[in-house]
Unconditional design. Structure first.
Length: 379
């Protein structure tokens, strides 16, 4: 899901913990000498307490003192997302832990209303830090396992998107409608990976009210509107071709993406935030009302990331793992009530009580999932 005008979300930020103290490398304890970097976000400002940090694990504590929901990002050159935390509601404080193992010029950004380019400022990283996967074999294995899973999902995404596109171009409306939520399953499972490439997500997944000024409404949701609301339009075939081209671009980039342990942990939480900000409200698939397919897929993606990190969580905080298993099972149980054949009920078929029950289950799951990044970072 692309929240309104969200240029690139969830870039599941690069994150690692250096464990050696030689050659400029910082241990978590050394890195944290200055404590977490406080960020005071408001509707018209983004005050970052420190604008410089040593390479390694960097922690931001973002407090929203405004009246609008906000997001916080750390960007590298070219708007590459190193890490982000979203759905920071007024009065809430959220923690973002990222790894930046190379010195350089970066940017911090708050996005009041989760819109636009954000309120940005320069942020400098000095020194160098070892990558966590280079010093911890269990974390290295976790990232490799998750990367294999991502590759399987991107391959399926390309195949199912091609089927959907062919149906649109052949003007087989009923077939295209049936294929739409199926193709999106694979997109929604790996969305944090896709969103780490800032230019792809808006083209594939922006909703109409999220399109930046001067940009064209494209991707899944444009075709969704064509199929369910306006009828196929003269440029629908061209939009479909562009969607497939963008998906192929994503598949190619994902093959060479170097994932880090905290990318997995942050991504697991981001996917649940996706559920809370779009699927629960019915905003995501507002024309087809196939939101529960996306809901299921976001939860699957979150669970896959946690599963890859399971040996590490078991070793460092077994009680947290037990809670995670219980909360994922609770969400599965709630979703199972709304299955219909091989898919799910339409959002419009849900009662207010249904929506409240799902929201409560996701909120209960989100709390322990938010702790995974701290476990992985060794904090």
């Amino acid at each position: 899901m692309s929240t309104p005008a969200r240029v690139a979300v969830a870039g599941i930020g690069l994150a690692t913990v250096a464990v050696l103290a030689a050659c400029g490398t910082k241990t978590p304890q050394e890195q944290d000498k200055g404590g977490a970097i406080a960020v005071e976000a408001s509707d018209d400002a983004c005050k970052v307490a420190r604008t410089q940090a040593d390479a390694g694990t960097i922690t931001f504590e973002v407090t929203n003192k405004g009246d609008r929901v906000t997001e916080f990002y750390l960007y590298a050159e070219g708007d590459r997302i190193m890490g982000e935390v979203e759905n920071v509601t007024p009065g809430l404080t959220r923690r973002l832990i990222v790894e930046v193992h190379e010195a350089g010029e970066y940017q911090t950004a708050c996005k009041p209303g989760m819109q636009g380019e954000g309120i940005r400022d320069a942020f400098k990283v000095t020194g160098q830090a070892d990558k966590q996967v280079g010093t911890d074999t269990k974390l290295a294995d976790a990232t490799k396992s998750y990367q294999r899973w991502v590759n399987s999902q991107t391959g399926a995404l390309e195949t199912k998107t091609a089927e959907f596109v062919n149906a649109v171009k052949s003007k087989k409306v009923d077939q295209a409608k049936a294929l739409y939520p199926v193709a999106r399953v694979y997109w929604e499972r790996i969305e944090p990976v896709a969103e780490s490439f800032g230019d792809i997500d808006p083209k594939i997944d922006s909703r109409e009210d999220g399109v930046a000024p001067g940009e064209k409404f494209t991707g899944f949701h444009r075709l969704e509107k064509d199929l369910w609301v306006t009828g196929l339009r003269p440029d629908s075939a061209a939009i479909a071709d562009q969607l497939l081209a963008d998906v192929k671009d994503l598949v190619s980039r994902a093959e060479t993406l170097e994932l880090t342990p905290l990318q997995l942990a942050n991504g697991a939480k981001e996917l649940l935030d996706e559920v809370a900000t779009g699927k629960i409200t019915g905003e995501e698939d507002r024309y087809s009302h196939t939101d529960l397919w996306d809901f299921r897929s976001n939860v699957d993606g979150s669970q896959a990331a946690v599963a890859a990190l399971r040996p590490v969580i078991q070793e460092r905080d077994a009680s947290l793992l037990t809670t995670l298993d219980e909360r994922f099972a609770a969400v599965d149980k709630v979703l199972a009530k709304h299955q219909a054949g091989d898919g799910y009920k339409l959002y419009t078929q849900l009662t207010k009580a249904d929506i409240r029950e799902m929201s409560e289950a996701v909120d209960a799951l989100g709390e322990p999932v938010s702790q995974v990044s701290e476990v992985v970072a060794g904090q």
